[in-house]
Design a protein around this ligand. Structure first.
Ligand SMILES: *Cc1c(COP(=O)(O)O)cnc(C)c1O
Length: 431
């Protein structure tokens, strides 16, 4: 399979280049030349398959031309070592819990798959791979965990100072070993811009053998399609779900669109955002105006220039009308989000994290006008990752802290403080 740039479709590369280079030189994003469709035989038996079996079929559809079957099985089985259960709150109101992995966020799926695919693509090479990643909260932890102690790799994480939760920060800064954390005096968008600048510097990028672990990397998106399929078949047969996706960089939503492309029956997608609402605005008025992000309590969605928007556009052939047919946008304030956390607890005795709460609000709004719909809201992180917010709303000790998080909380933060300055960052990288 070849991959092309969304900016210059004639620029084509193979799988290894698309995954390890991550970013085409023209500043576009890589897309598969042909979008795979799972054959009818799969859609006859998909209700009976295990989560891993679904993953293996999807991975084969994307990567089967380039990666031998046994290697793909190992990559998928090494990734999907935990479940993504569907929890039903009320009639038609379903929550897909994506936080049962090692770092308690959905990003574990993408990061674990990517680490394994990269290890396979570079097998037998002796050059160290430097994985560069900007994080608004959860990506860094998932990537750090996925690559920690993987021989031949070094991970550099950029995170915005003061804009990630205390436990998220520990996940980035307390692992040590081959993981280095850079605390950037700026926003997530600044971090993302620094990472991009390093990639666009060909000389630096070649010398350090740089690769990116952000959701610009296709290897992260593909495994995220697994759980859309896995979730849909947990509904009674014949019910087409509406997926509600709390969104920031829109990698998760793009993965949902890829799942629909694979043949998954989907009624609709709802993109739910906090006040960083450039995509809901685009869906409403047809104009895309990226702008600086603002800080909210659902910090992993504080993105002002969502990197996967160009992929969403590409999947709809650049047509606003086509995108609107399949995707609606909704946006909610912090005050509404906090109220939702309390409501969900009061009505269902369920603790929903601030990101999931934004999604849950959108799901209620959707079903209010589409009462026959079954919504599946993606719960993207465990509420204990946002302990301050949760305890302020629901009271002290409202949550049990999973042991893997409690252990990290005891460890020391180690990070290097840098200004959001391209020249300073490149200097630091070079030395
Ligand atoms: C990353 C993240 C999001 C946003 O996902 P995108 O794929 O960037 O849209 C939402 N919620 C949580 C908890 C996250 O970590």
């Amino acid at each position: 399979m070849l991959y092309h740039s969304t900016t210059t479709p004639s620029h084509r590369v193979d799988l290894k280049e698309a995954i390890l280079r991550s970013l085409p030189p023209d500043n576009g994003l890589y897309m598969p030349d042909t979008l795979p469709v799972l054959d009818p035989a799969f859609w006859e038996i998909w209700h009976e398959l295990t989560f891993s079996e679904i993953g293996i079929a999807v991975a084969d559809a994307f990567f089967g031309e380039d990666v031998p079957p046994q290697a793909l099985v190992d990559i998928v089985e090494g990734t999907v070592t935990f479940d993504a259960p569907l929890v039903t709150l009320g009639p038609g109101d379903h929550i897909l819990e994506l936080f049962h992995g090692p770092t308690l966020a959905f990003k574990d799926f993408g990061a674990r798959f990517m680490a394994r695919l990269m290890a396979w693509l570079t097998r037998g090479e002796d050059r160290e791979l430097t994985v560069l990643v900007a994080t608004s909260g959860d990506t860094g932890g998932a990537v750090a965990s996925a690559f920690h102690n993987v021989p031949g790799t070094r991970v550099i994480i950029l995170y915005p100072q003061g804009k990630v939760s205390g436990l998220q920060e520990k996940q980035l800064t307390a692992l040590g070993g081959n993981i280095t954390a850079l605390e950037i005096q700026g926003s997530f968008d600044d971090c993302q811009a620094l990472v991009k600048s390093a990639f666009l510097d060909r000389e630096l990028s070649e010398r350090l053998n740089l690769t990116s672990a952000n959701s610009i990397n296709l290897a992260r998106l593909v495994p995220q399609t697994f759980y859309y399929i896995h979730a849909a078949r947990q509904l009674p047969e014949g019910i087409k779900p509406t997926f509600v996706i709390p969104s920031g960089n829109f990698g998760n939503l793009t993965a949902g669109l890829l799942a629909m492309q694979l043949g998954l029956p989907v009624d609709h997608f709802v993109a739910a955002t906090n006040r960083n609402d450039v995509v809901p605005e685009y869906l409403r008025i047809g104009q895309y105006s990226p702008r600086p992000s603002v800080s909210t309590i659902s910090n992993a969605m504080d993105v002002g220039a969502p990197s996967n928007f160009v992929r969403m556009q590409a999947l709809f052939g650049g047509s606003w009308d086509a995108m609107k047919t399949h995707v609606s946008g909704m946006t909610f304030s912090d005050a509404q989000t906090l109220a939702a956390i309390r409501t969900v607890k009061a009505l269902y005795d369920y603790e929903i994290d601030p990101h999931g709460a934004v999604g849950w609000l959108a799901a209620q709004k959707w079903r209010a006008t589409h009462p026959a719909s079954a919504t599946i809201t993606l719960e993207t992180a465990h509420p204990a990752k946002f302990l301050d917010v949760m305890e302020a709303e629901l009271g002290a000790n409202c949550l049990e802290i999973p042991e893997r998080l409690a252990i990290l909380a005891q460890r020391e933060k180690v990070a290097t403080l840098l200004p959001a300055d391209t020249a300073v960052f490149r200097n630091w990288l070079s030395s």
